[in-house]
Ligand binder design. Structure first.
Ligand SMILES: Nc1ncnc2c1ncn2[C@@H]1O[C@H](COP(=O)(O)OP(=O)(O)OP(=O)(O)O)[C@@H](O)[C@H]1O
Ligand SMILES: [Mg+2]
Length: 139
């Protein structure tokens, strides 16, 4: 288990996933890549300017969260990469996993939107459905 990809959306559930991934990486001496994807906004009611502003705010918020993660992992001896991308989250996660040839994807069961009546969030469920490598869904 050389490379682990952790998907992070700023939610408590993804913090839990990160914690578990760090635990596993410590045991297997794996590298960790933390990936956060800023979703594209498809709301047609938004003007281009609003869309840009919201995307800008989400990017800043995500960058801050990723910086905190970087700081929290800086004391550990493992190899940590932090990536921020924009687009369809599940697609970008699957594409990154493929390109980096990761051995495991770790995700939370739910995220920020959290309709708890569903067993899994839509992103984690798409990852489980379409990933060609093992996926750990942390509950
Ligand atoms: N934009 C994202 N970037 C990176 N990882 C993400 C992103 N969105 C979700 N994830 C990962 O997927 C896990 C489950 O989140 P998901 O989005 O599937 O559930 P949800 O937000 O509760 O529901 P939904 O988004 O379907 O309304 C998160 O804990 C996180 O690990
Ligand atoms: Mg979500």
């Amino acid at each position: 288990m050389k490379r682990i990809l952790v998907t992070h959306d700023g939610s408590k559930a993804s913090d839990k996933a990160l914690k578990k991934a760090v635990e596993i990486a410590g045991k297997f001496e794996s590298s960790i890549t933390v990936l956060s994807v800023i979703p594209e906004l498809y709301l047609t009611e938004l003007s281009d300017m609003d869309r840009q502003r919201i995307t800008q705010l989400m990017t800043e918020e995500t960058q801050n969260a990723l910086e905190k993660i970087r700081a929290s992992l800086s004391g550990k001896s493992m190899d940590v990469k932090i990536i921020l991308r924009q687009g369809d989250p599940a697609e970008k996660i699957l594409e990154t996993a493929r390109k980096m040839k990761v051995d495991l994807i770790v995700t939370g069961s739910h995220g920020r939107h959290g309709a708890k009546k569903f067993l899994l969030g839509s992103i984690s469920s798409r990852i489980v459905d379409y990933s060609s490598c093992p996926v750990l869904v942390v509950k």
